[in-house]
Design a protein around this ligand. Structure first.
Ligand code: T4K
Length: 376
């Protein structure tokens, strides 16, 4: 069995050519403009708005600060419904806003917050929903829209995994009041660290733009409590250079996903996450699998360890659940009876290495090692 010499990580950042980056750095040097919405920032914001098929877009220094600004822009308060099967940033952003996260269960097929569980959790204190398109599988956006309308709730989507995702031909960022994107180095499109908020109307975009710049209205007026969420020129330039190589990266990831799907099909206890039929463009950021407890030959933790021995650093995203964190485990919504599907999935999910510089042979070898342990 093939053992990799060096660790194969779950991802590897997409690196544009140094020549392209250097050319853009020269432009920044000659402009003498380093941050605060300069030329690179404007160019990137416009390009991404078109690419993501959203009406309005505002760039940020990272996705987490973007989430904070989204909550502030919508004046979230009280309680907000969210999922425990996500990265720490999702509930943490609510807590930093002074909002109480209320955890709901997930749908066992999409791994996203379930509309039924949202309905069950709504009380007079509920002011909004913070839903996550986990691993780039879209939430049930139409049901969530209907529930939110009926109960007068704000909807923020955490689209950290959903760059480029389209549903029924629409950019995923056109659903809900605001969608956050993360441009962290581990994402397909990135600006080293970075993020963005998408929304529908220019007035909300203006408010978001001001909030990310300390709530400065003009040289003599600060209208509220803003934050510094700006993306600088060097990072915007890197983003522009990454855009030039992104389509090739997407092709490579499509190919690797296909290799995994073919090589790992029909293994007892290994399930894929299938995208709903109305997905018209994939995000291709993660390759999650579910290793079914009591069905697969090894459980997820055993397989994860076994892969490590072969230098394959798959990740147990998202384990532990956010409801297990010390800061959330005392919440009434964190009790196991409230989140049975999320608990089960967090014991079974694993994301496999997915990035453009992974070769076909490496992908086949990874699949062979998994197959070996699950079928031997
Ligand atoms: N909401 C959701 C649902 C999210 O998943 C995230 C972030 C956010 C919100 C917040 O967005 P940001 O504020 O980050 O924009 C990583 C990322 O740091 C994080 O952005 C991401 N989600 C999360 C799912 O993954 P870690 O703690 O797993 O990262 P780390 O350092 O273990 O990196 C993962 C692997 O990537 C490493 O094993 C090796 C490889 N790697 C990483 C870096 C940074 C490299 O090869 N090169 C690198 O430069 O969180």
């Amino acid at each position: 069995m093939y053992r990799f010499e060096k660790p194969i990580y779950v991802t590897s950042p997409l690196l544009p050519s140094l020549e392209n980056v250097e050319k853009r750095l020269r432009d920044i040097w000659s402009a003498h403009w380093l941050t605060n919405m300069g030329a690179q920032h404007k160019e990137l914001e416009n390009m991404l708005r078109v690419l993501l098929k959203v009406n309005q877009l505002s760039l940020f220094c990272n996705g987490t600060i973007a989430l904070l600004a989204a909550g502030k822009a919508l004046a979230l308060s009280g309680e907000v419904l969210t999922t425990p099967f996500t990265f720490a940033a999702t509930p943490h952003s609510l807590s930093w806003m002074g909002v109480t996260p209320v955890f709901c269960d997930i749908d066992p097929t999409t791994l996203n917050i379930s509309p039924e569980s949202i309905e069950r959790a709504i009380t007079p204190r509920t002011k909004g929903i913070l839903a996550v398109h986990v691993f780039g599988t879209p939430c049930d956006v139409y049901s969530i829209e209907e529930i939110a309308k009926r109960h007068n709730l704000k909807v923020i989507y955490d689209g950290a995994h959903a760059f480029g995702l389209e549903v029924d031909g629409r950019g995923i960022g056109t659903f809900g009041d605001i969608t956050m994107y993360s441009f962290h180095a581990t994402k397909l499109f990135h600006t080293v660290e970075g993020g963005a908020l998408a929304c529908a109307n220019p007035a909300l975009k203006q408010l978001i733009d001001q909030l990310k710049n300390f709530a400065i209205k003009n040289e003599e007026e600060v209208f509220g409590v803003g934050i510094n969420g700006k993306l600088n020129e060097v990072q915007a330039a890197i983003g522009l250079a990454v855009l030039d190589v992104m389509e090739y990266e997407r092709k490579r990831r499509e190919r690797i996903s296909k290799i995994y799907r073919e090589a790992l099909s029909n293994i007892e206890g290994l399930d894929f996450i299938n995208l709903p039929d109305n997905v018209t463009r994939k995000s291709l950021q993660y390759f999650p699998v579910l290793i079914r407890k009591g069905i697969a030959r090894l459980d997820r933790n055993e397989l994860h360890l076994a892969l490590k021995d072969y230098n394959i650093a798959a990740r147990k995203y998202f384990y532990p659940l956010c409801t297990a964190y010390d800061c959330y485990k005392q919440l009434p919504s964190a009790i196991p009876e409230n989140i049975p599907n999320a608990l089960k999935v967090s014991e079974e999910s694993m994301t496999l290495p997915l990035y453009g510089t992974l070769t076909d042979d490496e992908a086949y070898n990874i699949a062979d090692v998994i197959k070996y342990f699950l079928t031997k």
